[in-house]
Design a protein around this ligand. Structure first.
Ligand SMILES: Cc1cc2nc3c(=O)[nH]c(=O)nc-3n(C[C@H](O)[C@H](O)[C@H](O)COP(=O)(O)O)c2cc1C
Ligand code: SF4
Ligand code: SF4
Length: 426
């Protein structure tokens, strides 16, 4: 069994799986049950001034038989009094001293307010703080949450205010509702943050009721944009984690969040630079016990590779994530169809005809008397579309075709052209 313990910016936990700040971490009862189930840490539901929530507040995107591909909410921070939350944090910490309890915080953009709440939560024994600069609805309209997270100067300043008094590590949770998350991540780092976490939810409108002409969800006839999360946001979150991980100006650990539901998702985030992961929608959808499979899966993955500690894989794929300009233009793959498993649905042919390079021919096979799909490899651009639409996994394989050309990136090509021009004009 591998060592699953992590250290994220100074916060230690028995495994990398934390519950994200959200309904599953709303009370001591829930967090204690989660720890019993195996979760390594919990970011408590955001604390702040008592808040009034609306009914209704959640909506989901279902695709075919797959439920909750995306999830949307207009919930605000905790609606329970601060004193009650603090009492339960203290009790939970005493029962589970080795588990990580992180207080998520959001207050008015005033220095004294930040100092006040930091001192209050640290007094009850939290292991760290997470500043919620990411919530996109309700609080943002009042100058908090993503209203801060969208402005690097505010991120830097409010992180500094917290760091003036904080004695435990400070994680800054960022919003994805921004053009380039590296700027706010850098600002958090400059403000002294010990780590960043990403992503919070993405602005979204889940749907419109066709009978009543109302947004989904609506509150007594009106709706508002909500925050989007769940499996659908994973690629966005993973890119943001990877972009920050490879940016030397960010330079602090990352807690990865967004669409993580299996150990595989978690490993992807770890390989792309996260030192731990947080999970919300999957726990809301399937309950706390999903963590058992995550722990088992991660353990097996590491054991099979002879890796002793989960921390050893953190960031191991980051160097492979680059800019388009550095990709090898002379690398070539083509589609190859395995006739044995093809069910002759023609989906690949249609996709290639209509949306790619018209290079899958339908050929009459004299021997079998059937039609066969054949790729004209010299015309295939290796776009992957046919393999993506093929309903039989593995029937279309993308294979590398060796070329006699040496690797050449756009940057190298341009440099070579410029050098040539210099020679000719020089
Ligand atoms: C109903 C709901 C309430 C949430 N409340 C908070 C919150 O109070 N503070 C916070 O930082 N994030 C909050 N989030 C965002 C999650 O912590 C997390 O960043 C987001 O859901 C992405 O992770 P996921 O795809 O695993 O759900 C909330 C999310 C949901 C769905
Ligand atoms: S990879 Fe693209 S171009 Fe090649 S056969 Fe498939 S769809 Fe056509
Ligand atoms: S999409 Fe796949 S199964 Fe369908 S015809 Fe093409 S190769 Fe065969």
């Amino acid at each position: 069994m591998a060592d699953l313990r992590i250290n994220l910016g100074g916060i230690e936990s028995p495994n990398p799986f934390w519950l994200a700040s959200a309904p599953p971490t709303n009370s001591g009862y829930q967090v204690q049950r989660a720890f019993e189930a195996g979760w390594g840490g919990a970011v408590w539901k955001t604390l702040g001034d008592p808040i009034i929530n609306t009914t209704s507040r959640f909506a989901a995107l279902h695709l075919g038989s797959r439920r909750v591909v995306g999830f949307n909410n207009i919930e605000l921070i905790t609606d329970r009094p601060l004193e009650e939350n603090l009492k339960e944090i203290s009790e939970t910490k005493k029962r589970f001293p080795k588990h990580a309890i992180i207080a998520s915080l959001m207050v008015e953009p005033r220095r004294e307010k930040w100092h006040e709440i930091v001192k209050a939560v640290e007094a009850v024994g939290v292991d760290g703080l997470e500043l919620n600069f990411g919530c996109p609805h309700g609080m943002a309209e009042r100058g908090m949450g993503s209203a801060v997270g969208q402005q690097p100067d505010l991120v830097r300043q409010q992180t500094e205010w917290v760091k003036e008094v904080a004695e435990t590590p400070v994680i800054v949770k960022l919003t994805p509702n921004i053009t380039d998350i590296r700027y706010t991540a850098r600002a958090a780092s400059q403000g002294g943050a010990d780590a960043v976490s990403m992503i919070n939810t993405i602005n979204s409108l889940m749907g419109v009721d066709l009978d009543r002409w109302l947004p989904i969800p609506h509150v007594d006839g009106k709706g508002a944009h909500g925050g989007y999360c769940g499996p659908a946001v994973k690629p966005i979150a993973l890119n943001m984690v990877a972009e920050c991980a490879r940016d030397p100006q960010v330079g602090i650990p990352i807690s990865g969040i967004g669409g993580i539901g299996t150990w595989r998702d978690a490993v992807e985030f770890l390989l792309m630079g996260a030192s731990g992961v947080q999970i919300c929608t999957a726990a809301m959808h399937h309950g706390f016990r999903i963590v058992e499979d995550m722990i088992d899966g991660l353990n097996n993955y590491l054991d099979q590779r002879g890796i002793a500690s989960v921390m050893e894989i953190v960031g191991k794929a980051v160097h492979t994530y680059s800019d388009w300009n550095n990709l090898n233009l002379n690398y070539k793959v083509v589609a190859r169809i395995h006739e044995e498993t093809c069910i002759h649905c023609n989906k690949c042919h249609i996709a290639c005809e209509d949306a790619s390079h018209q290079c899958i021919d339908i050929v009459h096979n004299e021997q079998t008397g059937r039609e066969t799909l054949v790729v004209r490899e010299e015309d295939c651009v290796g776009c992957n579309l046919c393999a993506i639409v093929c309903p039989v996994e593995g029937t279309i394989e993308m294979v590398e075709v060796p070329t006699s050309l040496p690797p050449l990136s756009w940057n190298q090509r341009q440099a070579a052209l410029a050098a040539n021009e210099d020679r000719e004009t020089g």
